[in-house]
Design a protein around this ligand. Sequence first.
Ligand SMILES: *Cc1c(COP(=O)(O)O)cnc(C)c1O
Length: 391
Amino acid sequence: MQEQFLELDPPERILMGPGPSNVHPRVLKAMSLPVIGHLDPCFIGIMHEVMDLLKSVFQTSNDFTLPISGTGSAGMEASLCNAIEPGDEAVICVNGFFSDRMADIAERCGGRPTIVEGEWGHAIDVNKVESALKQTKAKVVAVVHAETSTGAMNPVKEISELAQKQGALLLVDTVTSLGGMPLKVDEWGIDICYSGTQKCLGCPPGMAPITFSERAMEAVRNRKTKVQSLYLDLGLLDTYWGEKSAYHHTAPISMVYAVREALRLVLEEGLEARFKRHQLNHTALVAGLEAMGLNILPGKDERLWTLNAVVIPEGVDDAKVRNRLLEEYSIEIGGGLGVLKGKLWRVGLMGYTSSRSNVLLFLSALETILCSEGLNIERGAASQAVSAVYG
Ligand SMILES: *Cc1c(COP(=O)(O)O)cnc(C)c1O
């Protein structure tokens, strides 16, 4: 038995794909602490601390702010299945893989989604959202802030103004922006917001931070039908995480420790400083890629700092390059999703992964590989462009 199944020894990777990103060592250390009972007064204290930390990172005063047990997708499912009941109209902005999923879930909840379609790789057109809102009695407007499948950012603030005019609840996916790019839940008028731990928070996959405004909670309380998911019913979750601390499910204790430490790290660095770090490393990476003659899919002012969508040059073997990065340099990047499969490399600079050393290592590895694959690249140009950005 022991000879067949050796002790686990996964390789050390630089996780520069669309997630998970590298986990901060302090988060891993927190996860190795003793597991205690989920109704232990000490653990309940920890849960309340996590809720407070999360409010600061979401920049909200919403009472209902907590991490859901489950990955980012559980946050998406919880947001939609609590907000939408059978017959409800919703306007859903679809310009990528993840927003497409929001429309799918809204339908599964019995909702009647109106899709505002946008080009993959570009921000959604606000005028289209406005006209869709005029033609419906939408209870919810949903948009993905940072579309990880395309590297494009959507104009949440502008969409928020439109939603408010119509009295609709604004639901925003911030899985690839929370902790990496500016996001102000209260100031921007976001009613429902969810994220994930594995992207810009430097934590393993496993939980989904979520926040509902009082207005959104009221809509949940006024539902005519029960939320079809018992596990993701916010009313029940509220009695578990709130003052009553009544059993609902067993919180993943070690993940809650991890989230607490990850959020502490975010606030220790400072939100503004953390966003600046993500912006700087993104700017340097793009400068290097462009110096090598590569193109970024989204336009300059609609790019994410956390996920860079690089157009694969003509004649280059997508899978071969990604395999070589992994095997020769232990660097993971992502391929394209859906219609962008084979056309795009997705290079993440999220959370703990977003560092100058990772940018430099990745660019020099890519330069070496592309040159040996026969691409005509001026050697050293990327490194010069990057130095100019870092100064
Ligand atoms: C990764 C991601 C999700 C899903 O998160 P999982 O942790 O994979 O369940 C949802 N939305 C966006 C924008 C994402 O990038």
